[in-house]
Design a protein around this ligand. Structure first.
Ligand code: PMV
Length: 318
């Protein structure tokens, strides 16, 4: 009974925001995303020596889940993350364990909650089984799980969350991390509206299919903003990011993935002194991000709360 003495194992993964390039990234354009370590998903595994081999009991209090792995549908994201890990390790009958999943990342808010939960589970399960997987494999497995839910994800979420670094991401290309020359502050504010990314991605695909040319132009313009933004952060020219964020928001409005609530928060942030602001993630709901000048983040946070944000916090991108 070697596993009886196995200690509890936990792994966590941060949230993320997309600074530039959401939606266009699905069509091959570059995008920039950064980890948000103020929020995180956590997976905790304890051995369950009294249960029969292969038994996995899962609890996830925030989504009221209390179930056995064997009884969950294969497309359940937690079950799929466990299955992907067991398959990668070629293990069908692991020693019995209990998995507890918790997260402070709002669900369906564009902060990467799904990918973070997958990454935390894949890391915890593989470590518990004595074979902690390397980052490239963790990211690849989380991508497979993302596909079940997002349809055609670009892979940016699992990448930035696994590596926990600012990334310049092009679908299908190997990961490029970005050096942030001078840290900067972002205010992240939630409309409180949950908007599944799968739907906004499918809507954009529909309009693109019906009339590709104008949408290809929008995607290319967004891609150029990501290129310019990368140069700006690498040179420490953070002020230049503000106007680029504003332009990116306008192009996302043209893709029809903004909403009155998002627009209201974006305007409130700019009026309160943000150098730029935009929706972040799939859109329609979820979060906006605003670039705060030195010392002004608290003021901008108060302004977006006054404009209807359900919650807001700030993070330092470094
Ligand atoms: O931030 P999220 O999880 O809402 O993802 C949105 C990013 C998209 O570009 C819209 C989709 C994708 O797969 O890249």
């Amino acid at each position: 009974m070697g596993f009886v003495s196995m200690p509890a194992i936990s792994a966590s993964a941060p949230g993320k925001v997309i600074l530039f390039g959401e939606h266009a990234v699905v069509y091959g354009q570059p995008a920039i995303a950064v980890p948000v370590t103020e929020v995180a998903a956590k997976a905790i595994i304890t051995p369950d020596p009294t249960a029969t081999g292969g038994s996995i009991h899962i609890t996830a209090p925030q989504i009221n889940l209390d179930a056995n792995f064997a009884n969950l549908p294969s497309e359940d994201p937690i079950a799929a993350s466990i299955r992907a890990t067991l398959d990668a390790l070629k293990l069908s009958q692991p020693p019995a364990f209990k998995l507890r999943v918790t997260s402070t990342i709002p669900v369906a808010g564009g902060l990467g909650s799904g990918a973070a939960v997958s990454v935390a589970i894949i890391r915890a399960v593989s470590a518990f089984l004595g074979h902690p997987l390397p980052d490239d494999q963790v990211s690849a497995l989380a991508f497979e799980v993302e596909k079940l839910h997002h349809g055609t994800p670009s892979g940016i979420d699992n990448t930035v969350i696994t590596y926990n670094k600012a990334v310049y991401y092009i679908k299908g290309k190997s990961i490029e991390t970005i050096r942030i020359a001078t840290p900067f502050s972002l205010v992240i504010a939630d409309t409180g509206i949950s908007a599944p990314t799968k739907e906004t991605v499918a809507d954009v695909r529909r309009v693109w299919e019906s009339d590709p040319e104008p949408y290809n132009e929008i995607f290319e313009s967004i891609g150029k903003l990501a290129v310019a933004a990368r140069a700006a952060v690498e040179q420490g020219n953070n002020e230049a990011l503000g106007p680029l964020m504003n332009e990116n928001h306008e192009l996302l409005q043209n893709l029809d993935v903004s909403s009155p609530e998002l627009d209201k928060l974006v305007l409130a942030a700019r009026e309160a002194g943000a150098l730029g602001a935009k929706l972040s993630g799939g859109g329609r709901g979820g979060n906006i991000i605003a670039l705060a000048p030195e010392g002004r983040a608290a003021e901008i946070k108060t302004a977006v709360e006054g404009a209807g944000a359900k919650s807001a916090f700030f993070t330092t991108v470094k």
